[in-house]
Design a protein around this ligand. Sequence first.
Ligand SMILES: C[S@@+](CC[C@H](N)C(=O)[O-])C[C@H]1O[C@@H](n2cnc3c(N)ncnc32)[C@H](O)[C@@H]1O
Length: 203
Amino acid sequence: MSHAKAWDKDYRSRGRLWGGGVKDLPELPAGCSVLEMGCGSGKTLAGLAGRARRVIGLDISVQALRLCRPCGPKIDLILGDACRLPFPSESFDAVFAFHVTGHLLLAGRHALAREAARVLKLGGRLLFREFGAEDMRAKKGQEVERGTFRRKEGIITHYFTEAEAMVLFGDLEPICVCTHRWRLRVKGRDLMRSEVKAVFLKT
Ligand SMILES: C[S@@+](CC[C@H](N)C(=O)[O-])C[C@H]1O[C@@H](n2cnc3c(N)ncnc32)[C@H](O)[C@@H]1O
């Protein structure tokens, strides 16, 4: 099954997978233009609506974009691949990559990183989030590349270290790179969640 079809199937069977909104979004300068790569069902877009002059959500899954519609009329939704962005260079003040980079193999992750750097304006920021290598879900499923696992629904996930994120976005200047860890109690067991969060600047 193709990558996009696996995501379509997931959204068709599970609907709005990541409900609610993202609460800890960074401040954005007034009048800025923003791209979210892999916007999914719109969890982050919902928080961006009204905070920028222009907001574009791009996703490879048509089903995901259908679920995004309630995020607001001022958001443009585009079906496309983050590894081959359909935008001219230096188009955006901010590019969000929240939990999309990790769903690509290494070559795809590098292509996404190059494209993100290309479409950012000078002084623009890339905002990155992915699950960390110590996350409770890491190492579940079949390891298809080092640190990248395919689970039975066909979706692959790479679990990041901070160092990997810095290498991947090496064309940009790191402003902050950190790991947020928290505990989750599941069926009486204390499990670890971990997320690498980073902000990079185009200089
Ligand atoms: C885990 S969801 C994250 C959604 C959203 N960013 C969030 O944080 O709630 C990953 C999304 O990335 C999309 N995706 C995967 N590969 C992609 C690609 N090459 N280009 C664009 N979107 C992609 C999937 O369709 C899916 O909607």
